[in-house]
Design a protein around this ligand. Structure first.
Ligand code: TMP
Ligand code: ASP
Length: 256
């Protein structure tokens, strides 16, 4: 078997050269890391779940005109994506106070924010992804003011879509992180959503019980990470093919 050229290896994914120019293969590993890899475990099956959850979300975003790098699923762990120039920023959107925001500003976890808040972090593991302002972003040339406007509009669209999607299956979208890239098509450049959206990169709370259904289970040593990811997939109607009782597509959960 000929070995594919590995383009990049991150903490949870590997990128390989794709079958055609301008494409890449994104492989989802089973590695769970937190606190910049100080905590690291192999969680068997996580890669498959994140591949399928992320595929589901990106497919639907493509369908409603939110541009993404996603092309199609290749197998249980791999997807075909467009090659983009990753903007070295992590964009965090928050609806409810949690995690570093709650800690930094002394707000109780769970408090609904007065409005959705967008934050930017400089993607650099050695520096621990420090938070940066628009001033830093433009001064250091990571993105232009126009790029920042585009990124913020895109982030708000993703937030609205994801909040509604999860609400429909009884899950509250507390916050999430996305990455974006520049896609060049001839003379044109568009900013698109890249990387992944999965319970690794979102905070998801069950609406009824407030139970955490995301990577905080791993970060905070709560156990049950894989079961929680499985439940997110099940509610979204993903990978229910083997269960004749389960409908395919999102399972509507009624809340009071
Ligand atoms: P934070 O509260 O730790 O800043 O995290 C905000 C959101 O961003 C949360 O949903 C988890 C996600 N996130 C990542 O996906 N990767 C990261 O490296 C960090 C720090 C947060
Ligand atoms: N993903 C980051 C890491 O592995 C941090 C986190 O999600 O908590 O370091």
């Amino acid at each position: 078997m000929s070995r594919r050229r590995r383009i990049y290896e991150g903490k949870a994914k590997i990128l390989y050269e794709g079958p055609e120019p301008g494409t890449l293969v994104q492989f989802f590993k089973d590695d769970a890391t937190a606190f910049n890899k100080k905590k690291h475990e192999i969680v068997e099956g996580k890669g498959v779940l994140n591949n399928r959850i992320s595929e589901f979300i990106f497919t639907h975003m493509n369908r409603i005109g939110i541009p993404t790098h996603f092309l199609r699923r290749l197998n249980m762990r791999e997807q075909l994506i467009r090659e983009v120039e990753i903007i070295p920023l992590e964009v965090v959107i928050r609806n409810i106070a949690a995690g570093s925001l709650a800690e930094r500003l002394g707000i109780n976890e769970g408090e609904v924010l007065p409005r959705s808040i967008i934050e930017f972090y400089y993607k650099n593991d050695e520096l621990n992804d420090p938070m940066v302002s628009e001033e830093h972003i433009t001064a250091f040339g990571w993105a232009t003011p126009q790029d920042i406007d585009d990124m913020m509009s895109l982030a708000i669209r993703v937030n609205d879509f994801l909040s509604g999607l999860f609400l429909g299956v009884g899950i509250q979208l507390v916050d999430f992180k996305i990455e974006m890239g520049r896609l060049y098509e001839g003379e044109m450049m568009r900013i698109v959503v890249a990387d992944e959206i999965s319970p690794d990169s979102c905070r998801l709370w069950d609406i009824q019980t407030q139970e955490k259904m995301d990577k905080d289970r791993f970060r905070r040593d709560m156990g049950g990470m894989l079961e929680a990811y499985r439940e997110v997939a099940r509610r979204l109607g993903i990978m229910n093919e083997n269960d004749p009782k389960r409908p395919s597509g999102p399972v509507l959960v009624k809340s009071d």
